[in-house]
Design a binder for this molecule. Sequence first.
Ligand SMILES: [Ca+2]
Ligand SMILES: [Ca+2]
Length: 269
Amino acid sequence: MIRNLINPKKMKKIITLLTFFLLISCSSDDTEETPTNIQDLNVTFTVGNTDLVIDEKLTITLQSNKSMHHIQIFIDGVRVIDQVFSGFNANSSFYFDYDTLGSKTIKFKVWSDENEAQVVEKTVNVSVTRGNAIKITKAQIISFTNIDGTWDSEYADTDINRLADVLFALEKRVTRIYEDGSYFSNFLISTVKENQGDLTWDLSSENLFLNPNKILRLNVADIDTDFNQSLLDGFTRDISFSEYIETQPSTITVSYPSIHFEMILDIEW
Ligand SMILES: [Ca+2]
Ligand SMILES: [Ca+2]
């Protein structure tokens, strides 16, 4: 039996086969080995609650095993950040908020310092619901300084074109992506009502959602192609809604008696 197993002819065949397999595995090892000392870039994404309400902040923190030098951030497929850093910190936070409803995506692409070919990608899915946000559905300007008077002095006192061409702008604070802070940004720029027109704007299709604890900044002007005049005596005004949270009125009157300004906002709660 044993003699049969170590039969020289059979043994030679086994050795030939073994040599063949050894050769195969050796050559396989050679091709898998990457001749480099560069450590792979590993990035851990710590993502806050992604079921957000309007104006709620989402924090995403990146921790990497080594410094990065280039980051791109895409919001719903649109590139909003494309920064090349020198030794970008391996532990960095980014901040996001939303004033529209629905499903959103935030995509990150991060490159390592040592090798441009090393890129890490991550997509975060976000869902935004209304929460307790108000919706501004209509604005109506009732009065302002020198209403019915001359704002465009190139026209005669009897010419309708002397009247103000009225536009208003609303701003609200939005989250900075890079740092834990915020800044005022355009929320809405109204259409122009030429020569006072009908000073009522239907905003119901604009989806103007706002956390009622946030400030809305108002600017109103007479608009011309090359010269704009403030209808608010040269200053923006901050509108607060927090005092209405309890009573939830359907209209809010914004009034600055010293400059004869009055505006009514229709609010949906
Ligand atoms: Ca005019
Ligand atoms: Ca004008």
